[in-house]
Design a protein around this ligand. Sequence first.
Ligand SMILES: C[S@@+](CC[C@H](N)C(=O)[O-])C[C@H]1O[C@@H](n2cnc3c(N)ncnc32)[C@H](O)[C@@H]1O
Length: 226
Amino acid sequence: MTHLQTENHHPKVFGRRKARPLKEQTQELYDNLLPSIRFNPDSFNWDTQNKLVLEIGFGGGEHLAFQALQNPNTHFIGAEPFINGIASLLKLIEEYNINNISIWDDDVHLLLDKAPKKEVFDRAYLLFADPWPKKRHHNRRFIQKDNIKRIHELLKPGGHWYIATDHVTYREWILEHLNASDALFTQERSDIYARPPEAQWPKTRYEEKGAREGRHSAYMTYKKIN
Ligand SMILES: C[S@@+](CC[C@H](N)C(=O)[O-])C[C@H]1O[C@@H](n2cnc3c(N)ncnc32)[C@H](O)[C@@H]1O
């Protein structure tokens, strides 16, 4: 039984979990590699001396794999329920022999519920999260008051939360919500529309899709205050 089938799953994942069947080789990685790197919040040493980073909704995992290779002494936890995305990351992990990523293959809210109520993460990423453009779906957006408070609680003093979007109304929503909680975070980039250097912040699949379709992205860096 996988995480995805456990009975404590609650319906916060509104997107797809699977788009197409996995190829045999990928299924093999899914069956054999994933169990060995699946994130277990109950047995994880949250007091590790290593830096700790969370990526929410890593999609195909290209950003996560890049960061993990660049920062071998940092441990990365990636949350993503989409099976084909997880499979893409598993391929990268195998190909580049990456050993500092753990995968939470489920709704990130379940992970946020299980993580300790203390400052454990140095950085968090939320890149091109689903924008849920229809008004009646706005409550599905990850950026909500409670999640902002929870990420703030989990970040170490001075920790950073990197957020990007190519969606105009979600961008406004993000800026508004993070500004509304201006006692919690401060936005550090002077020009949020300037693309950060790829050597620090590589392009993701959704960013490239947005660019192909003519959308401009915004890149925010929020620093925890207090
Ligand atoms: C638009 S995609 C962006 C993927 C990737 N970050 C990128 O930039 O290419 C949003 C991703 O968030 C994932 N997602 C949606 N709801 C989630 C949740 N509750 N917990 C974790 N991931 C979630 C989706 O499965 C999807 O892969």
